[in-house]
Design a protein around this ligand. Sequence first.
Ligand code: DX5
Ligand code: ZN
Length: 218
Amino acid sequence: MSIQVAPSILAADFTRLGEAVDMVNRSRASMLHIDVMDGMFVPNISIGFPVISSVSRISRKPLDVHMMVMDPGRYVDVVRDAGGALMNVHYEACTHLDRVVASIHDAGMKAGVTLNPATPVGMLEDIIGEVEMVLLMSVNPGFGGQKFIANTVRKVARLRELIDSTGSKAVIQVDGGVALDTAPALIKAGADVLVAGSFVFRSMDPVGAIESLIKLGE
Ligand code: DX5
Ligand code: ZN
């Protein structure tokens, strides 16, 4: 069971963002997770497109852009132009999810659909064949450093079943409160990619922290 890690730069020191990206470049992280918030879909405002463009100029890892915004279909081309490789949109924020997923593909990016903690995995039945990733939130989105919601482990297992039974190629990503104590159950349940913010950036040895999560799957 190999596991990939996507460090979330929301937890980085923004006065030293370049150093944070360099650290991720040096690590075995698979992608760089960027949290975009609009103050409407979630109660916080975080990183915007000019920052994503700057990060993309120095990142050697693909950018995984997690859009915590209402109606994210408005920003597909902007995310692509800023350097996004994968665009994650919330199920709860899209009235016409199928159209948004198609437009992400048309823009040349991989598409991910994200579920809030209270949204059942079953809602994905009719889109699972179209996406490259499903992101399960293991905290209520909006802030780093929150407590992991344990029910996510059962959701990962149910999503694994849905993916395997439909032949979908989607990978399962989990975001929020991921650390060495919460990761093993997620990996066992079938998670493929772990997002980690505080666990990586609050560590004295962030490259080692990424490595320690990867090692859990080896
Ligand atoms: C939360 C964001 C997460 C956040 C995770 O809304 O989507 O990506 O950075 O932070 P930690 O790992 O600290 O829970
Ligand atoms: Zn995120």
